[in-house]
Design a protein around this ligand. Structure first.
Ligand code: HEC
Length: 257
């Protein structure tokens, strides 16, 4: 019975890892992604809050110049460990066009906790104009939207190289090993010490790439931890009930032999 139970678990474990594997295979048909051991992978996956806060800083100081996070509200930052007072200060640094007021006019006000993240551009046209015709996609769901997920984003941020000889490079494009087609309109963003982390962590290129990727993974699925812990609880419950049912079955059928 024990070995059957074990097999059942191994099977469940296999199922839980399946979607990740499939997407990695899909993305690696050309080039292997740089695979990282993310703390949020696996059935016991958890986010590292310190890393998320550092990643948020990278987003704010670097990526938010071109990319929005329109599915997040400022109050969601409570999920990565900020207090209400801290979030009010963070939100207060942005302005929002609201209205109309009683005079029928639109007005500008400071953002509140309940507002969605303020994006960098007024509309898609302005965004393209500022980026050589390319559109910097909203990053709220990008980790879910790309095959390879977090590994792809991490690889992309580390994938800039010089153009190989004889490569027909477009105007204002950059060579990136992991981007489909290998030329991307986004300039390389990360370099050592481009931000200064409040917790004293050395802001190396690799650390920055890891932290911003973790932050984007959280942004795409803030409920990941509760989903996984519910999954684990459900598994324990199922084991318990299986054992109880087996016991009952034995007892009921004992005298029939
Ligand atoms: C100067 C503007 C700019 C900044 C700053 C910037 N990006 Fe981009 N990003 C772009 C543009 C433009 C594209 C679209 C590229 C294309 O279509 O070729 C893009 C695309 C992307 C993509 C999508 C790639 C894909 O597979 O489609 C990701 C992910 C991304 N950026 C992440 C980041 C991260 C993380 C940061 C911060 C560390 C960042 N970007 C900072 C301009 C920027």
């Amino acid at each position: 019975m024990l070995s059957r139970l074990l097999n059942f678990f191994l099977f469940l474990f296999f199922l839980s890892t399946l979607p990740n594997n499939i997407s990695v295979i899909a993305a690696t048909s050309k080039i292997e992604l740089i695979e990282q051991n993310w703390p949020f992978n696996g059935i016991f996956g958890r986010f590292d809050k310190a890393s998320l806060q550092r990643g948020f800083k990278v987003y704010t100081e670097v990526c938010s110049a071109c990319h929005g996070l329109r599915h997040l509200s400022y109050r969601d930052l409570a999920g990565i460990g900020y207090s209400s007072d801290e979030i009010k200060v963070i939100a207060g640094e942005y302005e929002i066009i609201d209205g109309p007021n009683d005079e029928g006019e639109m007005f500008t006000r400071d953002a509140k906790m309940s507002d969605k993240f303020v994006g960098p551009y007024e509309n898609d046209k302005v965004a393209r104009l500022a980026n050589n015709g390319a559109y910097p996609p909203d990053l709220s769901l990008i980790v879910k939207a790309r095959a390879g997920g977090a590994d792809y984003i991490y690889s992309l941020l580390n994938g800039y190289k010089d153009f190989p000889e004889n490569f027909e490079a477009g105007e204002g494009m950059y060579y990136n090993e992991y981007y489909p087609g290998n030329q991307i309109a986004m300039p390389p963003q990360i370099e050592d010490d481009i931000v200064e982390f409040d917790d004293g962590t050395t802001a190396s290129h690799i650390q920055i790439a890891r932290d911003i990727t973790s932050f984007l993974a959280w942004a795409a699925e803030p409920e990941l931890e509760s989903r996984k812990s519910l999954g684990v609880k459900t598994l324990f419950f199922l084991v318990l009930i299986t054992i109880m049912l087996l016991g009952v079955k034995r007892k009921v059928w004992k005298n029939l032999d």
